[in-house]
Write a protein that binds this ligand. Structure first.
Ligand code: C2E
Ligand code: MG
Ligand code: MG
Ligand code: MG
Length: 285
């Protein structure tokens, strides 16, 4: 009896593995098609100062399938990283973001915004990455300081010297850097000190229970204090409630991103939102 159950379990496992492989192969094929058929979109989520005025946005990719359905990046970015498709997808995001920044230059309500894009470790390490960024900045005549790259701590796992060298080259082009999902990885303070960062982005897992969890408050205060002493900006992601916002402010964190201020939005809706809440750099708002 036990032997039979074991055999069935094994068969079930095999079937599940097979299904997984098939599903992944399908997803990979669909991603290739999505690039060809222009099914990726950038959504924009506002980042605000303590007065709620727009400082900029984070660009977040969306995949709009032919049937109108959306696939979340959490579902396809990991596979795109594994298969290498993240390279053409990442190039598309970079191009799209720079084109948008270029368009915003001519709009007084939008021209001061800083746009952040997410960059995968694999994309960052590709040999031509700095050249791609340089070309995109040149093609769209972008001034320094308007494009920010969000890196995660996974970038620190190996070859830290090369990471620092690449960051410095990009920095010389006027690129800003934010360390995304900060606190969830394992960056040692030793590394943190050496990276030419501009900003730490407190991961939303610390923000979520801020109203109830005393240790999260301590963590946020510590990150904020550390950022300040390292001369870095700090921003919290995943801010959904006023209570969270207040706790963050009390801990010294003065820049925010989250549903409380705006969801990731298609371009036109994002621009409306910014016109409503005003731009931090605009003295008339
Ligand atoms: P991330 O960079 O940490 O982005 C923040 C995620 O939190 C986004 O999920 C955003 O929609 C979500 N979020 C924002 N505010 C709130 C909030 O108040 N509450 C909650 N619960 N969630 C909030 P999204 O758009 O599904 O993206 C997931 C992840 O996919 C991103 O995490 C990023 O790692 C990756 N990703 C997205 N776009 C790109 C891209 O263009 N390139 C690369 N390489 N990765 C991307
Ligand atoms: Mg991000
Ligand atoms: Mg994040
Ligand atoms: Mg995150």
């Amino acid at each position: 009896q036990a032997k039979k159950a074991g055999r069935n379990a094994m068969r079930f496992f095999d079937q599940q593995m097979q299904d997984n492989i098939t599903a992944r192969a399908q997803l990979e094929e669909q991603m290739c098609l999505a690039l060809e058929q222009d099914q990726f979109r950038l959504y924009y989520q506002v980042q605000v100062d303590r007065q709620g005025r727009a400082l900029g946005a984070e660009a977040l990719i969306r995949w709009e399938q032919a049937d109108g359905g959306f696939v979340s990046p959490a579902q396809f970015i990991p596979l795109a990283e594994e298969t290498g498709l993240i390279l053409p997808i990442g190039d598309w995001v970079l191009e799209q973001a720079c084109a948008q920044l270029h368009a915003w230059r001519r709009d007084p309500a939008m021209c001061e915004l800083v746009l952040a894009i997410n960059v995968s470790a694999r994309q960052f390490r590709q040999h031509q990455f700095v050249e791609h960024v340089r070309h995109a900045l040149q093609r769209y005549h972008l001034p320094p300081g308007v494009l920010k790259l969000e890196l995660t701590e996974s970038i620190l796992v190996d070859n830290i010297e090369e990471t620092i060298a690449t960051m410095k080259e990009l920095k010389a082009l006027g690129i800003k850097f934010s360390l995304d999902d900060f606190g969830t990885g394992y960056s040692s303070l030793q590394y943190l000190k050496r990276l030419p960062l501009d900003q730490l982005k407190i991961d939303q897992s610390f923000v979520r229970d801020l109203a109830t969890d005393g240790s999260d408050q301590a963590i946020v205060s510590t990150i904020t204090g550390m950022a300040t002493s390292l001369n870095l900006d700090v921003i919290a992601e995943g801010v959904e409630t006023q209570v969270q916002r207040q706790r963050l402010e009390a801990a010294g964190c003065l820049h925010y991103q989250g549903y409380l201020f705006g969801r990731p939005l298609p371009l036109a809706e994002f621009e409306q939102l910014v016109r409503r809440c005003g731009s931090a750099a605009d003295p008339s708002t």
